[in-house]
Design a protein around this ligand. Structure first.
Ligand SMILES: [Zn+2]
Length: 171
């Protein structure tokens, strides 16, 4: 009789542990859904990578979220002279003005300055055996391109950006 009650206790403990583990798991999956708050409809920085994968085209996902690079002279904006604001394709953050766009001859849209230095973030990038400065959207962290110090005046900077990461809002 004693053995049976001990066994019963043991099973009770075990099932409590299992139940707690299950409860924790469902809590975790809830967090992902809660981030899609209706008050933040246009704020894509809270979308999970899985949700972004559904929202973006495969090329946009590769460039913006996996730090890919579009082939030179293939993007839709490298040659564009249209006036407007280039926004982050993922979150809509206004990044560059057509006023600072120049023809760099590289095959990628190039700007000598961002709309505001707070709109972009810069990071040291040592990939591919080079030391470069990566530029990302300060709001959602999406990869945009790189910045080099061989641009025209007044800044001398060249923000070399993938068309794929941008969406032009025409003036
Ligand atoms: Zn963004």
């Amino acid at each position: 009789m004693k053995t049976i009650s001990k066994l019963f206790l043991y099973i009770m403990c075990l099932s409590t542990t299992l139940l707690t583990a299950c409860a924790q798991q469902s809590d975790n999956s809830k967090i992902v859904t809660i981030t899609k708050d209706s008050t933040k409809m246009n704020d894509e920085q809270n979308l999970s990578e899985e949700e972004l994968k559904k929202k973006l085209t495969p090329e946009q996902f590769h460039v913006c979220r996996e730090k890919g690079t579009e082939r030179a002279f293939t993007g839709k904006y490298y040659d564009s002279k249209e006036k407007g604001t280039y926004k982050c394709v993922v979150c809509g953050n206004p990044l560059f003005s057509s006023d600072t766009k120049f023809d760099s001859g590289t095959g990628w849209p190039s700007f000598y300055a961002p709309m505001d230095t707070s709109k972009v973030a810069e990071h040291k990038d040592k990939s591919y055996g080079m030391i470069r400065t990566e530029v990302t959207c300060s709001k959602c962290g999406s990869h945009l391109g790189h910045v080099f110090e061989d641009g025209p005046q007044p800044t001398g900077m060249r923000y070399c950006i993938n068309s794929t990461s941008l969406e032009l809002e025409k003036k």
